[in-house]
Design a protein around this ligand. Structure first.
Ligand code: NAD
Length: 491
């Protein structure tokens, strides 16, 4: 049987690459499609196309309002094609269909939001301290953007890069992950249909060491927008030593969820399940460290274990499935190894901890809860990027803050309490880019995403994000012809 074949989208054309690789369906563990593997030369062609498009009048002469209209059309097309793209994402990454459908439908709104921002990236007139000068700031596109995304939520993570970049007038080379690239390569057809001039958006995939390195170190790249793991981020920072590209890094997390004894236990349990078992825990914001105030510790943990055991694991294309497989065999091996180390260190498996016995094929893993006496376990320190929750009891607010902040990460967090004053104290003291209070895993184009510490640099989403894709140009206009100014003294 011949497998469907995907292509890169470079300079307005769908192109084959010399090298290819098979993409694996995580629910079966078998190859299902052939993907292009962009070489350094293919990547260079994509960057050259983006560089050329930047000053091509077909793009450069569009008004900001016209760019916004193109983005809005892209949002509409994505909404229209959401079911087909969702099916592809589910096939290629194992993410369940009920989430991919809902998420991709909503991502259309992200493009519409950034469309609306296009003509609001205003410059400024400065009240300059010289009587014969007018000074204003122009806001100009920063240049060619290299956008790099990991395999989970590729459509979402690229929307918060492509949206502000295109709204600002930049051109983009978007590198899909080599794991699960199908939905982004398919999305390229919508970019074409929306009517973006050729070269403005190029979508490629390939391996980090070849394609990723060539892209992020390319001399014509002015801006790198990266989402992925911290060790790749370090390589990217080394790569950008070549081009000094302005770089944002959205990295991993080990996000704390703090539950006080006065919390509403049922809705809290529901939010904790959303935080760690949705998307099989393969979410950067996964609430993977749970701190429970001692009086309700046993009750809440019992409730969570019952909920975890009741989760329907199965075919990700079945709308009834609540947890599908992990995206790769590598990911499952990492999770198994980290659980092994944690158990050896004294953590107790309360539920899960292994692949389900009734799933012989595919990369499935049971929702897992580990009881930990304190923070000093590998499962509390390291990111699983999987459905594994570490639970630790605490006594009082001071200890909760100390435990929650005892991490090198700082992406998201959750606080559950009915005490409003305490909620506000916790919000101030937790070191994380997001604090969800009495909820978890909510996103919007309007709210920025980003971390502290090893969770990254910069913020994505929200009205300010367009500024990160522009530079200002200060324009000085002299309003007098007085020839007596001393040319040897700075004015
Ligand atoms: P990864 O870092 O292995 O890969 C991410 C991307 O980087 C891929 O496209 C990969 O090909 C590319 N890459 C690899 N080496 C490269 C190099 N040398 N130069 C340039 N590009 C290179 O991450 P992953 O395993 O695919 O994804 C999981 C990680 O992503 C987790 O740590 C997760 O927390 C993080 N993540 C963060 C966010 C966020 O918004 N903060 C969102 C989702 C995922």
């Amino acid at each position: 049987m011949t497998l469907p074949r995907f292509r890169c989208y470079i300079d307005g054309a769908f192109v084959d690459t010399d090298e290819t690789f098979d993409s694996i369906d995580p629910s079966t563990g078998k190859p299902w499609a052939v993907m292009p593997a962009a070489s350094a030369e293919d990547t260079d062609r994509a960057v050259q196309a983006a560089h050329h498009a930047l000053s091509d009048p077909a793009w450069a002469n569009l008004t900001a309002t016209q760019r916004g209209k193109l983005l809005y059309r892209l949002g509409d097309l994505l909404a229209e094609h959401a079911p087909g793209i969702a099916e592809l994402e589910t096939r290629d990454t194992g993410k369940i269909i009920r989430e991919t459908r809902a998420q991709i439908g909503y991502i259309a709104d992200f493009y519409r939001y950034f469309a609306g921002l296009a003509d609001k990236a205003e410059g400024a007139h400065l009240p300059i301290d010289k009587p014969d000068m007018e000074v204003y700031l122009r806001r100009e596109p920063i240049g060619v953007v290299a956008a790099i995304v990991p395999w989970n939520s590729q459509l979402f993570l690229s929307a918060i890069k492509l949206g502000p970049a295109l709204a600002a007038g930049c051109t983009v080379v978007l590198k899909a992950s080599e794991d699960g690239p199908a939905p982004l390569l398919e999305f390229a057809k919508l970019v074409e249909q929306a009517g973006f001039p050729k070269g403005v958006v190029n979508i490629i995939t390939g391996f980090g060491a070849t394609c990723g390195k060539a892209l992020t170190s390319h001399p014509l790249v002015a801006r790198v927008a990266f989402t992925g793991g911290p060790s790749t981020a370090r390589q990217i920072v080394r790569n950008t030593a070549e081009n000094l590209a302005y770089t944002s890094l959205e990295l991993g997390g080990k996000s704390p969820v703090v539950v006080f004894a006065d919390a509403d236990i049922d809705s809290t349990a529901n939010a904790i399940v959303a935080g760690i078992f949705a998307a099989s825990g393969q979410s950067c914001v996964a609430g993977s460290r749970l701190y429970v105030e001692r009086p309700i510790h046993d009750r809440l943990v019992g409730l969570l274990a019952a909920k975890a055991r009741a989760i329907r694991i199965g075919d990700p294309q079945d709308p009834a499935t609540e947890m599908g497989p992990l995206a790769t065999a590598r990911q499952r091996a990492h999770i198994e190894a980290l659980i092994g180390q944690s158990v050896a260190a004294g953590a107790r498996v309360l539920t899960g901890g292994r692949a389900p016995a009734d799933r012989k094929h595919g990369f499935y893993f049971e929702p897992t809860i580990l009881a930990c006496a304190h923070n000093e376990f590998p499962c509390v320190a390291e990111e699983f990027f999987g459905p594994v929750l570490s639970v630790i009891p605490f006594d009082g607010e001071e200890q909760a803050v100390a435990l929650a902040n005892d991490t090198r990460y700082g992406l998201a967090s959750g606080v559950f309490t009915r005490d409003l004053a305490r909620a506000h104290r916790m919000i101030r003291r937790i070191r994380a880019g997001i604090v969800w209070v009495n909820t978890y895993r909510a996103i919007s184009p309007i709210a920025p995403l980003g971390g502290y510490g090893m969770s990254g640099l910069g913020r994505e989403g929200g009205a300010e994000s367009i500024r990160d894709y522009t530079r200002t140009k200060a324009v000085w206009i002299r309003t007098s012809d007085d020839p007596t100014a001393d040319p040897f003294v700075m004015r």
